[in-house]
Design a binder for this molecule. Structure first.
Ligand code: HEC
Length: 127
């Protein structure tokens, strides 16, 4: 029993050190910088802010895809039927046009897993 606990502890320590887990928590401060550099040209994030090229992303985690009132989504996004959580956001942000084929989000994606985790953690602070 004790041994199991120690192993679990060791494992979670190893994961947090290398941040290789798909669900490891990112760094919101780093995520903010990435958001400003790579997302803000097309997205707002503050509550009640308007759409730019893309929809406002306030409260996006836990929301259904294509559900921001008044935003004109692509047919692909309307048909995607996703719930935005850590996993789906990670998959989408990695390669938007592979994950939602036909999306009009003109963004190549964030190759680095750590960058995706940081941005997702930042997004989660707005709800
Ligand atoms: C060149 C403009 C552009 C950039 C850069 C961009 N997006 Fe988007 N984004 C869009 C558009 C347009 C849509 C709507 C997609 C559709 O309808 O197919 C969208 C949709 C989304 C959605 C789905 C929203 C919903 O309501 O279902 C998420 C989440 C998202 N973007 C996150 C991001 C993040 C995070 C970044 C930065 C890493 C980013 N986007 C960068 C234009 C952009």
């Amino acid at each position: 029993m004790m041994k199991m606990k120690l192993m679990t502890l060791g494992l979670s320590l190893a994961l947090s050190l290398t941040a290789t887990s798909a669900f490891a928590d990112g760094d919101a401060a780093k995520g903010e910088k990435i958001f400003k550099r790579k997302c803000m040209s097309c997205h707002t994030i503050e509550e009640g802010a308007g759409a730019k090229i893309g929809p406002n992303l306030f409260g996006i985690t836990g929301k259904k895809s294509a559900s921001v009132e008044g935003y004109n989504y692509s047919k692909a996004m309307k048909d995607a039927d996703l719930v935005w959580d850590k996993q789906t956001l990670d998959d989408y942000l990695k390669k938007p046009r592979d994950y939602v084929k036909g999306t009009k989000m003109g963004f190549v994606g964030l190759k680095k897993e750590s960058e995706r985790q940081d941005v997702i953690t930042y997004l989660e602070t707005f709800k």
